[in-house]
Design a binder for this molecule. Structure first.
Ligand code: ATP
Ligand code: MG
Length: 472
């Protein structure tokens, strides 16, 4: 009778038990007809892992974001498994497994199939912080996290209720400790426990809140959202590499534009991440800075939603472009030539950014290459365009230039010219080069004279790269 009543309340989407309860009454068991998870969306390898662990006498479940996505009817991009087996015990069961992480040890089990290898992350149930003693810093931030616990504890330590559900592929049952399924139905993102305390333990959770809200379209519960405004500054305490990973996840979520708006609304971007600061509030005088980023992130989101890859270097290059333009103009105004001014500006922009969130070296190299290529697109003369096509990162540089054309920073005709040039055969390419020469003669819009004029009057030249056969 009581069960029926709870079921009815649950189906109406009303929370059946207090949010902050420590789930002392045990988890809700949700059967297939209620959760409607389609087993076809499961990774066979994840099922193999839970099966092997269960056969060896351990508990094992698919957990976290995968269950959330499955319940939303979305195929998860990766699968995590939680178990009561310790990392050593897990490793003994899987030949191709590796222990990774220090702060948060997990085992990666790798499967090599016809397509790219799949890694299933297996983590051992974590104990509650109260039982983790000296693993917590004075500020409340978790330093190490390798004290094993029970499933109840493990569930309570997860971030959001919708991320704390456990799915057993063998019985097709979901174990739900914190009302995650009810929150799913109400499209609510709710932090487990006391949100302020949870953000202090790990400030990255604030960024995760914004990212998941953007990705799922769910609303943050008021008490989950409220503390973010005052705690935003704690992001400074997060080690740079981890912050970088999280921002990258946010940008690569397929909902980056929405997520960045979310950061702005939550007051999370200001003075916290210089890159986003500059991206969202482009320096005065840079027309269309916001438009540029909006377009770039829109493109990125579309590519990711269509299952295409995106380079992180390209993405950061776009986010920092308004700032770079600003610095480029500054150096031109001081009398520097176009290309040296660009390189000086790159140093400024990257140096400034790295004071906040360090961009990893390998991405920095990509960014510099993409930026350095930009003035060369104006140099449509002789062998230069042919040589451009041979550059290994040409495609990225070209895509970047197209964005600049789309926002009106460069003329649309320049983008079209390059598109034609790429597609043309050799004869066609020569014709295109001749056409540029003719245009220059007709309009007198470029050439060395223009360069001299621009150097004397940098601010009126219409942007650093305006009209330049002479760009190098
Ligand atoms: P996605 O993989 O789609 O980005 P996810 O929810 O799977 O989302 P992961 O970073 O893969 O995110 O983490 C897996 C699970 O681990 C989460 O669902 C959550 O239960 C838990 N988790 C991850 N990071 C934290 C954190 N900072 N605090 C508490 N729990 C976390
Ligand atoms: Mg995940």
């Amino acid at each position: 009778m009581i069960k029926k009543l709870i079921h009815r309340i649950f189906r109406r989407g009303t929370r059946p038990s207090p949010v902050h309860s420590h789930a002392s009454s045990g988890p809700k068991r949700i059967a297939k007809k209620a959760h409607r998870i389609d087993p076809h969306l499961l990774s066979k390898n994840a099922v193999k892992v839970t099966h092997t662990l269960q056969q060896a006498g351990y508990q094992a479940y698919i957990v976290g974001g995968a269950v959330r996505d499955l319940a939303l009817g979305i195929g998860p991009k990766d699968f995590d498994v939680a178990t009561n087996a310790t990392p050593d015990q897990v490793q003994k069961l899987f030949r191709k497994s590796r222990l990774i992480g220090r702060r948060f040890q997990i085992v990666h089990v790798t499967f090599f199939g016809k397509e790219r290898p799949e890694i299933i992350e297996v983590s051992t149930f974590r104990a509650l912080l109260e039982n983790a003693g000296d693993h917590v810093a004075d500020s409340g931030r978790i330093l190490r996290d390798n004290v094993w616990g029970t499933q109840v504890e493990d569930a309570t330590r997860r971030d959001f209720t919708i991320n704390a559900m456990y799915y057993d592929p063998a019985t097709e049952t979901v174990l739900d400790y914190h009302g995650g399924m009810a929150d799913m139905q109400q499209r609510t993102l709710r932090m487990i426990g006391d949100p302020a305390k949870r953000y202090r333990e790990d400030p990255v959770r604030m960024l995760r809140a914004i990212r998941f809200a953007a990705k799922t379209g769910f609303t943050l519960a008021p008490e989950t959202r409220a503390p973010i405004a005052t705690l935003a500054k704690l992001i400074h305490d997060v080690p740079a590499a981890r912050l970088f990973d999280e921002i990258l996840k946010l940008l690569m979520s397929g909902y980056s534009w929405k997520a960045i708006q979310g950061l702005r609304e939550a007051g999370l971007h200001h003075g916290v991440l210089p890159l986003l600061d500059r991206a969202l509030d482009p320096p005065a005088g840079i027309a269309g800075g916001d438009a540029f980023i909006r377009l770039a992130l829109g493109n990125t989101d579309e590519r990711i939603q269509n299952g295409k890859g995106v380079s992180a270097g390209f993405l950061f290059a776009t986010l920092l472009w308004p700032d770079l333009l600003h610095n480029w103009q500054k150096h031109l105004a001081s009398g520097m030539a176009n290309v040296p001014a660009l390189h000086a500006a790159m140093d400024d922009t990257i140096g400034n950014q790295n004071k906040g969130m360090m961009i990893q070296r390998r991405f920095e190299a990509d960014m510099r290459e993409i930026w350095a290529m930009q003035p060369r697109f104006d140099k449509r003369i002789g062998r230069f365009p042919h040589r451009m096509l041979e550059l290994p990162r040409f495609r990225a540089g070209y895509d970047f230039m197209l964005l600049r054309c789309a926002t009106g920073e460069r003329p649309a005709s320049l983008g079209q010219w390059w598109t034609d040039f790429i597609e043309a055969d050799l004869a066609g390419r020569e014709q295109l080069l001749t056409a540029v020469k003719d245009e220059v003669v007709r309009t007198g819009s470029s050439g060395p004279a223009a360069k001299r004029r621009r150097r004397r009057k940098p601010k009126t030249a219409g942007g650093p790269t305006a009209g330049g056969l002479d760009a190098e």
